[in-house]
Design a protein around this ligand. Structure first.
Ligand SMILES: [Cu+2]
Length: 445
C-alpha cells in the first residue's frame, strides 16, 4: 500500500501558502508508491468541493497534499516491473512503482503543483494531454522546457481550467518512453457536484507492447506487430472486472496511447458518449451506441445506465486484440486432413502439434510454452473455457452490491431458465427447407 504519511488531511502543512511560483527543495512532497496490481479503493475528497472519485482498473489515484491553496502531487518516473497477468512480468518504465502511473484527480479550478522526479537512465518530461495550460507547462522537451535530466526534479504549476478526462505522458524520447509504458490519466471533476453525476466511475488507458514469448522487455521500435494488447498494462484474465450495482449510472473513461484505434464494445446495454479529451459533449449531440472507437491519442468517455443484471463482456472488438501473443503467420488449415498434416509435421518436428483443421478452439488443451509467456487465449468461466486474452474483461452487474464495494462479486447466478440451452433431440442431420419451397408449416409444440 502507499504511505499516507504526509498526505490527505495534513492541514498543518498549509503554512507555506504564500509561495506563488518558486518552490524550495525542502518542501518537495513525499512520493507515494504502489506495489499492488489490483484496483485500489476510491480516494474520497476530504474538505473542499465534493465529488465522486474514480477507480482505476488495476491501479490507483495519486494522494496529494494541500499547501495553502495549492494541491501538490509528486510523480517519480522510474523503471518498474509490471505483471500483465499471472505468469508474465514485464520490465517497463512508469511512475511511482507502476505502469501506467497513478491517476491524478483534481477539481475544476484547483491550482495544482506537480513535482516530477526523474529516476530513469535518460532524460524525460511530462506532457499534460488535452489540458488547457500555459505553454511553458506543456512538457514538450526542447520546445517548451529543458528535458528533465536523470536525478533532477521539475515542477509543473497550473490551474485546472476545465473538468474532464485527460492523459499524461512524456514528450521526450517519446517513442521509447511510451513503448516502455510511461503514461497515466488525469481526471478533473466538475466544481458543481450536480453536473452529470454518476454512481460509479472507472478509468483506464490502453497501450500495446511487443514482448516476445520467453522475454521480459518490450521491443521499443515496433510499429505495427504488437502481441500484448493491454488495459492499464494488464491483459485478460488479469484485468479487473467492473463491479456495478443494478441501477447505477456508470461512467467509463478510456484513454488510448497505443498506436492503433480500439473499438470498445459493451454487451447488454446501449450507452452514450458524454466526454472526450476536448470536453463534455452536449446532451443534444449524444446518440446511442454499443461500440465506441477510441482513436489514437484520444479519450472517449461513455455513461451507461446499468439496468440489465448479469455478466457482460466488455472488450475491444478487433478480435486479434482479445488474444495474447500468437503467431500471426499461421496458415488457415480449416478443412485440411489432420492425419496427413500430423504425419508431415511429425517428420519435421517430433513434438509438434497439428492444430487448426477444425478451427482453433483450444478447450482445455495446453501447449508447453517458454517461461514468462501467457497462453494465446485463456480464462475459465462457470460454463467452461472463455478463450480470450488481451483487451477483455467483464462488467458484473449485481443487485446486492454496496455503494462503494468494488470487490469482484464472482460469477453471476443466472435465474433458472434464463441460460441458452441444448435442445433434447437426436443429433441427426437437421431437416432442411428446399430452396424455393413455400414457407414452413407451423409445428406443433
Ligand atoms: Cu483493440
Amino acid at each position: 500500500m502507499f504511505s499516507r504519511r504526509g498526505f490527505l488531511g495534513t492541514a498543518a502543512l498549509a503554512s507555506a501558502s504564500a509561495i506563488s511560483g518558486r518552490v524550495q527543495a525542502a518542501s518537495i512532497p513525499e512520493a507515494p508508491t504502489m506495489d499492488k496490481v489490483v484496483m485500489q479503493p476510491p480516494l474520497h475528497p476530504i474538505g473542499g468541493p465534493d465529488y465522486r472519485p474514480v477507480v482505476t482498473l488495476n491501479g490507483w489515484s495519486l494522494p496529494f497534499r494541500m499547501n495553502g491553496d495549492w494541491k501538490e502531487f509528486h510523480l517519480v518516473a522510474e523503471p518498474v516491473v509490471r505483471e500483465f497477468a499471472e505468469g508474465m512480468k514485464v520490465n517497463l518504465w512508469g511512475y511511482n512503482g507502476q505502469s501506467p502511473g497513478p491517476t491524478i484527480e483534481a477539481v475544476e479550478g484547483d491550482k495544482v503543483r506537480i513535482f516530477v522526479t526523474n529516476r530513469l537512465p535518460e532524460y524525460t518530461t511530462v506532457h499534460w494531454h488535452g489540458m488547457i495550460i500555459p505553454s511553458g507547462m506543456d512538457g514538450v522537451g526542447g520546445l517548451t522546457q529543458p528535458h528533465i535530466q536523470p536525478g533532477k526534479t521539475f515542477v509543473y504549476e497550473f490551474e485546472m481550467k476545465k473538468s474532464g478526462t485527460f492523459m499524461y505522458h512524456p514528450h521526450s524520447d517519446e517513442m521509447v518512453q511510451m513503448a516502455m509504458g510511461m503514461m497515466g490519466m488525469v481526471v478533473v471533476h466538475p466544481r458543481d457536484p450536480d453536473f452529470r453525476p454518476v454512481d460509479r466511475d472507472f478509468v483506464f488507458v490502453m497501450s500495446t507492447y511487443r514482448v516476445d514469448p520467453g522475454t521480459y522487455l518490450p521491443h521499443v521500435n515496433e510499429m505495427t506487430d504488437f502481441n500484448m494488447w493491454t488495459w492499464n498494462a494488464r491483459v485478460f484474465p488479469g484485468i479487473d472486472p467492473l463491479p456495478v450495482r443494478l441501477g447505477d449510472k456508470v461512467r467509463v473513461r478510456i484513454g488510448n496511447l497505443s498506436m492503433t484505434n480500439h473499438p470498445i464494445h459493451l454487451h447488454g446495454h446501449s450507452f452514450a458518449l458524454t466526454c472526450t479529451d476536448g470536453g463534455w459533449i452536449p446532451e443534444s449531440a449524444q446518440y446511442p451506441e454499443t461500440t465506441t472507437d477510441v482513436p489514437v491519442g484520444a479519450v472517449r468517455v461513455f455513461d451507461v445506465l446499468a439496468d440489465n443484471p448479469g455478466d457482460w463482456a466488455f472488450h475491444c472488438h478487433k478480435s486479434h486484440h482479445t488474444m495474447n501473443a500468437m503467431g500471426h503467420d499461421v496458415r488457415n488449415l480449416i478443412g485440411v486432413s489432420r492425419k496427413d498434416l500430423a504425419k508431415a509435421v511429425g517428420k519435421l518436428a517430433p513434438d509438434g502439434m497439428a492444430m487448426g483443421s477444425t478451427g482453433m478452439a483450444m478447450g482445455n488443451m495446453e501447449m508447453p510454452a517458454p517461461d514468462n509467456t501467457l497462453p494465446m487465449m485463456t480464462g475459465t468461466g462457470q460454463f467452461g473455457p472463455i478463450e480470450m486474452g488481451g483487451m477483455f474483461t467483464v462488467m458484473k452487474i449485481r443487485e446486492d452490491l454496496a455503494r462503494d464495494d468494488y470487490r469482484d462479486p464472482g460469477p453471476y447466478k443466472f435465474p433458472q431458465g434464463t441460460v441458452a440451452y441444448e435442445v433434447a433431440a437426436p443429433a441427426t442431420e437437421p431437416a432442411r427447407q428446399k430452396p424455393g419451397s413455400p414457407p414452413m408449416k407451423k409445428t406443433k409444440m
